[in-house]
Ligand binder design. Structure first.
Ligand code: BGC
Length: 731
């Protein structure tokens, strides 16, 4: 069957999978094998990666079958915007996680999706949802936070938005929460920790109907994720009923072709590399089932058929890239993501908000630098990006700048100003994606050469991309991805600390702004400044967004998507060079609660220019859900928004081993000054279920569940309700 006939059949009501099987039945052996990997040749593809910035030129193509008219899939990253051509750079996902606003994230997804379609992509790796196990993770900025429920809701939201235009792919499945060792580390994780902490968000997004899943580089319990039957066949397809297709992570995503086919991985990305060398002979020798290859091809074709209506709409024109609407959205998100962490009075008045007429100094090596975050696969070549200083200059009458390299000059500028904003933090050189010295065994995965016809076809394709200009700011960046990696310290660089201290001594009205992808320990300097904000890597309108918050035009409503510890020792261990590592159930806010370490700033926390209180709450339950009703009062003098958060303590197992408490619901709500608003959340009881490793299934344990209605984890003013649930664990 030709692909167009398949489309017509599905449009007429035929089942996509059955129809896909009919397309597959008409494929010859070479066509079938062609579907198993990316369409690019390995060596020419690697050259294009390192010398031609291929990520930013064209989408990666896989499984295109010209004879039957199947377009295959065209993949482009990534989480902070479309990486092909010159698109809009949005604030990184961690910033968006701080908005706690899935509806806003749907809009971001939709905007990114539009831009992806305009450049010819139909599949995107923009849904990065590995939980932040430890703030040192180099790619922390690409995900939404440390908590599985929160990450799942944000990831589901971006998926909804993206899939109005393209197929989305969630990554990296699974347990990919460290960077430097990602190609070699084996994560040991028991069934309970895996299902309760490391997979719930993937499950949530699978249920949202995401088209595709990218496996992780690392191995889990001794098997590489790209060839893990336990993860791909048993959990993803078997238990969760996932109907889409799976792709490997790039280049080193699997080690053994036949094993990966048998495990249910559909496409090796992005080159004809591992499988092309081994699967044809294995098929010949009967070591790979033809039916497994057919099933892989059918899943890719069936998924595309399911998305035919979405992908059949005309692609938007290239003008949507960086459109005024998308830049306005980027600014809205930038402002909405700024977390206000400290705002102490100076001479009786909190330092923030500021007034436009105040004379401002903006200081620091990052103050007047476009700082979008990671320099790896998620890098967006936006040509129209503001620095923090640009945004402040546009918003205030008088702004002076010192880059901080000359401390005396910085002090002079600070003394002359009424208020100082010190911009500190990291860049792509300090945290981000990383390819360092890889294991020698990885180089054995490369083929001896490329197939000439595949090279010719690829080279012609590379020329077909949309226009893309490399931003000048990247001229001094080292070639390849070997930057960033896992952080070596959770503290600011010593130069930043010295600058903060010098400036704060020169001007008591000092506001510190941290650009970073996750938690930064602030203890050694925080008492010397009255105000602290975290504006992240805030995208193309980072400066204007921050200015709106500093001026109070936007009342800060962002809340931390992770906990900030006082000290490194308060966190679970992290070893960026580990070969094996154990992930257990304890990290994040629940680890701190368990060990009795008070965070410097708790998960879910953030200040506002007004005051909020949960004044009333009620929790009832039916056989299937909890209903939480809460009243949120704005007791201050400005309109604002806050996030009502519902946490649950789970009854102890019969073994007596404590179960981590959970965030089970949240809702952001706007409340006018002096007013109160009611929030209702219907929370499925399934969110309280435990994983039973004996039955390999979820059970709702009978007992008393303590439900907290709070404004952040560990909120001393939370309202607590004990709910007795008759579970299904006693039979
Ligand atoms: C990253 C993925 C990314 C892929 C393709 C890999 O290096 O781990 O997150 O989607 O490249 O760009």
């Amino acid at each position: 069957m030709m692909y167009d006939d398949a489309r017509a059949a599905v449009a007429g009501g035929a089942d996509p999978m059955e129809t896909a099987r009919r397309v597959v039945a008409g494929l010859d052996r070479d066509e079938l094998l062609w579907c198993l990997d990316g369409d690019a040749p390995t060596w020419a593809g690697l050259k294009a990666l390192t010398h031609q910035d291929i990520y930013h030129r064209v989408p990666f193509v896989a499984a295109e079958l010209e004879r039957v008219g199947f377009p295959g899939v065209r993949f482009a990253d990534g989480p902070r915007g479309c990486v092909v051509a010159n698109a809009t750079a949005f604030p990184v996902p961690m910033a968006r996680g701080a908005t706690w606003d899935p509806e806003l994230e749907v809009r971001v997804g939709e905007a990114i999706g539009t831009e992806l379609r305009a450049v010819g992509a139909d599949l995107t790796g923009a849904v990065c949802v590995n939980v932040l196990r430890h703030p040192a993770w180099g790619r922390a900025q690409e995900t939404y936070g440390e908590d599985p429920h929160h990450v799942g809701e944000l990831g589901a939201a971006v998926t909804r938005g993206l899939q109005r235009w393209v197929m989305a792919c969630m990554k990296h499945f699974a347990c990919n929460s460290m960077e430097n060792a990602r190609f070699s580390v084996d994560i040991e994780v028991d069934e309970v920790a895996l299902h309760e902490v490391y997979l719930p968000h993937f499950k949530r997004i699978a249920e949202e109907g995401i088209a595709s899943v990218m496996t992780a580089y690392n191995s889990v319990n001794g098997e590489w994720c790209g060839q893990s039957p336990a993860l791909i066949s048993d959990v993803l397809r078997g238990e969760w009923g996932f109907k889409g297709f799976t792709i490997s992570d790039w280049i080193f995503g699997l080690r053994d072709g036949p094993t990966s086919v048998a495990a249910g991985l559909d496409i090796e990305m992005p080159y004809r590399m591992v499988r092309a060398q081994s699967v044809p002979a294995a098929l010949e020798a009967g070591e790979v089932e033809q039916s497994a290859i057919e099933a892989a091809a059918a899943r890719v074709i069936a998924t595309r058929l399911r998305f035919d209506e979405v992908l059949g709409t005309p692609a938007p024109p290239l003008e949507v890239l960086g459109s005024p609407q998308h830049r306005a959205l980027a600014q809205e998100v930038a402002a909405r993501s700024v977390v206000l962490l400290r705002n102490e009075p100076v001479e009786g008045e909190p330092v923030l908000p500021l007034r436009p007429k105040q004379r401002v100094a903006v200081v620091g090596r990052l103050a007047d630098r476009v700082n979008l975050g990671d320099g790896g696969s998620s890098d967006v070549w936006d040509l129209d990006c503001e620095t923090i200083a640009d945004g402040l200059r546009a918003a205030f009458d008088s702004v002076d700048h010192a880059d901080g390299t000359d401390l005396d000059h910085a002090i002079q500028v600070a003394q002359a100003a009424e208020v100082v904003v010190v911009v500190v933090g990291y860049t792509a050189a300090d945290e981000g994606e990383f390819i360092g010295a890889t294991d020698p065994e990885l180089s054995e995965l490369f083929p001896s050469g490329d197939e000439p016809d595949v090279v010719a076809r690829y080279e012609a394709y590379v020329e077909s991309g949309p226009p893309a200009t490399k931003p000048d700011r990247l001229a001094d960046r080292p070639k390849g991805f070997s930057v960033g990696g896992d952080r070596t310290s959770l503290r600011l660089l010593p130069g930043d600390v010295a600058l903060i201290q010098a400036v704060a001594a020169a001007n008591p009205r000092t506001v510190v702004a941290i650009q970073a992808g996750s938690a930064v320990i602030v203890d050694e300097w925080i008492e010397s400044v009255p105000a602290l904000v975290q504006p992240w890597y805030g995208g193309c309108r980072a400066g204007s967004g921050l200015a709106q918050v500093l001026l109070g035009e936007v009342n800060p409503s962002a809340r931390l998507p992770f906990s900030v510890p006082h000290h490194e020792d308060d966190l679970p261990a992290f070893d960026r060079d580990a070969r094996t590592f154990t992930y257990d159930r304890w990290h994040g806010w629940w680890h701190l609660e368990r060990t009795g370490r008070a965070p410097a700033y708790p998960f879910g926390y953030g200040l506002s220019y007004t005051k909020f209180a949960v004044t009333d709450s009620a929790v009832t339950n039916s056989a299937t859900e909890l209903t939480v009703i809460a009243t949120l009062a704005n007791t201050g003098h400005r309109d604002g928004a806050d996030v009502v958060q519902v946490y649950a303590e789970i009854p102890t197992e019969r073994s007596g081993e404590p179960a981590p408490p959970r965030l089970i619901g949240f809702q952001r709500i706007e409340v006018a000054a002096g007013d109160a608003a009611s929030v209702t959340m219907e929370i499925p009881l399934a969110r309280l279920a435990r994983r039973d490793p004996r039955q390999h299934e979820w059970v709702l344990v009978s007992g008393t569940y303590r439900i907290h209605v709070a404004r952040f984890a560990g909120d001393p003013n939370r309202k607590t309700h004990d709910i007795t649930i008759e579970g299904a664990d006693e039979g």
